[in-house]
Design a binder for this molecule. Structure first.
Ligand code: ZN
Length: 560
């Protein structure tokens, strides 16, 4: 029933709707039509609007396109420019690199050039002398072919060596003093030695007047070489040679204030005029005749070394005058016993007394008290184990005490035995330095080079070599060395018009003590020293000859 009722009401509603439909429909149709019109108009206006909007868009698009185009161009430009810059940079870099290389090469060439110039200068100024001085150098023969070898003179003009031109044009070297100057002047046959070697270049150089040289060159004549004026004093040389007599040994005499070497003798000698004919004999001599013992001899310094030990004692002790020693004639340590010379017993001594007496036990005791390292450094400062300033070939001296050396060696070293070795020349240098207030002047043998007419070519002046000790130390050693002459082992040198400070030495060379080397080193005119003398007489018969005896003859010759 309910359904029916419902249906009925539905039918009624439908009817109503159907009844009103045509009216509604028309209205609806009209509305639709209006809407369509509106939409159409709207569409139209929109289309117009759109059309109106599209035109500028098209422009924009074109603009954009052209912009893109331009942008692309610009990009291309930019790329090109970048490429260009890169290329330029690369070129600049390459150029810079090339420039750098150029600079480098330039520098290299400049350096090479300078080195070459330097070498040429060095060669001509320094090295050529050495090379020309070499006895095996060809250029020297060439020079000798153009120049007559110059002379060697002593300090007063006496001829020590000259070249004589024989009638057949051959040349002979002549040594007027024969043996006297054999080692220091040397020889020119069978190689060269002495000053003949050291001054070879200067004697084969002619500083004659240049027109004369040109004329002689044109006439194919030899020019005359320069002369060597030495510092040598023939009187002292002859006295020293005579004083040594037939003994082996050597003497060196120096001027402490200048470094001039006044005399240098080595024995046994040889005749430099006959070197060629006696060559085999000279060369094989068991006495080493050709050997210059003055500079090449290696001797135990004996008691002359007490000077060095005393110097070290001064350096290690503020008040050396307070030193006392009671000499009982012998001293022992570590199984080694040292005796005083001739079994002397010196009793109570100061350091000065110990020096004057040349007391072995006092100096052994001093040696044991010294700092070995400092002692060695003092010895080195005095040119042991070192090069020596020397115008002639020499052998270096040796001081071999080590930190751990035993007491025996230490005592031996303090009194100049042990392993210490020295040349007479080196002892002359040390003595000269003491005489000269601690300053060693550079030793020299050539005073002047002159041309053959005597005109000066080069003059050598005294030069300071170095300070071997302070002036206070030199003064103290001088005081001790004066005591040696005043009341000690050098007393035989006292009582003259000249004063002497010195030190004797007796170096044992054989176990039985029969063979001794007799030394003396010292200087005269103590307040203002004139000459320093160093003497060694090998295997001396001390009743007949001693070092101090030879020295006395030299001092006498100098002053009387
Ligand atoms: Zn003694």
């Amino acid at each position: 029933m309910k359904e029916k009722g419902h249906n009925k009401r539905g039918e009624d509603e439908l009817d109503l709707r159907l009844q009103s439909r045509p009216e509604e429909h028309r209205k609806e149709e009209r509305r639709k039509e209006e809407r369509r019109k509106e939409e159409s108009a709207d569409r139209k206006s929109r289309s117009v609007r759109q059309q109106k909007q599209t035109e500028p868009l098209r422009d924009l698009d074109q603009e954009l396109k052209s912009l893109h185009k331009r942008e692309a161009h610009r990009d291309k430009d930019r790329r090109a420019r970048r490429e260009q810059i890169r290329k330029e940079r690369e070129e600049a870099r390459l150029k810079k690199k090339t420039d750098k290389e150029l600079v480098r090469v330039t520098y290299l060439f400049v350096t090479l050039f300078l080195v070459m110039i330097g070498y040429l200068v060095y060669f001509n100024v320094v090295k050529s002398k050495d090379i020309i001085n070499s006895p095996y150098n060809v250029r020297q023969d060439l020079m000798a072919g153009r120049v007559v070898r110059g002379k060697i003179l002593d300090s007063t003009g006496n001829v020590l060596a000259k070249t004589v031109v024989n009638e057949d044009g051959s040349e002979s070297r002549v040594y007027p003093y024969g043996e006297t100057y054999a080692h220091v002047i040397g020889y020119t046959d069978k190689g060269k030695a002495g000053l003949e070697l050291a001054q070879n270049f200067n004697m084969l150089t002619s500083n004659a007047f240049f027109l004369e040289k040109i004329v002689k060159e044109m006439q194919d004549e030899k020019n005359i070489g320069d002369n060597i004026v030495t510092t040598l004093n023939t009187e002292l040389q002859q006295v020293a040679e005579d004083a040594l007599g037939n003994n082996k040994g050597a003497v060196v005499v120096m001027e402490p204030s200048t470094g001039k070497i006044l005399a240098m003798v080595s024995k046994p000698g040889f005749d430099p005029n006959k070197v060629a004919q006696n060559w085999d004999q000279l060369n094989s001599s068991s006495d080493s005749v050709l050997y210059n013992r003055a500079t090449m001899g290696q001797y135990a310094p004996g008691s002359t070394f007490k000077i060095v030990s005393a110097l070290e004692y001064l350096r290690e002790n503020e008040d050396p005058d307070s030193f006392t020693h009671d000499c009982q004639g012998e001293i022992s340590a570590d199984g080694t016993t040292i005796h005083c010379f001739n079994n002397a017993v010196h009793g109570q001594e100061t350091l000065k007394d110990a020096m004057a007496n040349s007391c072995n036990t006092a100096f052994s005791s001093i040696g044991l008290s010294l700092d070995k390292a400092k002692w060695k450094s003092t010895a080195d400062k005095l040119l042991f184990n070192s090069k020596l300033p020397s115008p002639l070939p020499y052998k270096s001296s040796k001081f071999a005490l080590e930190k751990n050396s035993d007491s025996g060696k230490t005592m031996m070293t303090a009194i100049g035995q042990g392993d210490t070795l020295v040349s007479p020349y080196h002892m002359a240098l040390i003595t000269s330095a003491i005489a000269n207030g601690g300053i060693l002047m550079k030793p020299y043998l050539v005073d002047e080079i002159t041309n053959y007419t005597g005109q000066s070519v080069k003059k050598y002046m005294p030069e300071k070599y170095g300070e071997l000790m302070t002036s206070q130390e030199a003064a103290k050693l001088s005081e001790y060395m004066q005591a040696v002459v005043e009341y000690g082992t050098g007393k035989s040198l006292s009582g003259e018009s000249y004063s002497v400070a010195g030190k004797t030495g007796t170096a044992e060379v054989s176990m039985d003590k029969k063979m001794v080397h007799s030394w003396f080193v010292g200087y005269s005119n103590v307040e203002n020293p004139d000459i320093a003398v160093s003497v060694i007489v090998e295997n001396a018969d001390t009743d007949r000859i001693t070092g101090k005896g030879v020295a006395k003859k030299i001092f006498n010759a100098y002053y009387y």
